[in-house]
Design a protein around this ligand. Sequence first.
Ligand code: CMP
Length: 147
Amino acid sequence: EKEKTLAMMKPDGLYGNYDDQIKKMVLDSGFSILREKRIQLDEHTARIFYAEHSSKSFFPSLVKYMTSGPVLVMVLEKENAVADWRNLIGPTDAEKAKVTHPHSIRALCGVSAERNCVHGSDSIQSALREISFFFVKSLASKWCCFG
Ligand code: CMP
């Protein structure tokens, strides 16, 4: 059974010109890229996207980071896409990823727990929410400020 997940290249991933290399890793790992778009998140939109982290101490800094430049959001599809994409990107903390998962995407282009260069949905439920958030027009227009 094929599954979809939301992948995002964060501002540092794009700024460092890692997009082609990351896309190659995506395709080589058997994912199809069904949709993609490059957008600039504004503060409001970033806060809603990361609402589950709003009480964390790193939240203000996370919002600043995520709005610091454009991001590339993609819908990826394959069997077991959610878990397989999380495996390919590696652990949240990119500094640790360099040691424990040297072939992961975060080891390649991330620098810290915050600046980890890519995002992946953490469950099938999150994937549905996040794909709708960015790609269902009627919903995206509710957040109002990207496109
Ligand atoms: P992501 O997988 O997109 O989901 C939440 C984001 O919050 C995470 O990637 C990081 O960018 C950031 N984050 C998670 N944990 C920390 C942390 N301990 N310190 C700073 N930022 C974090």
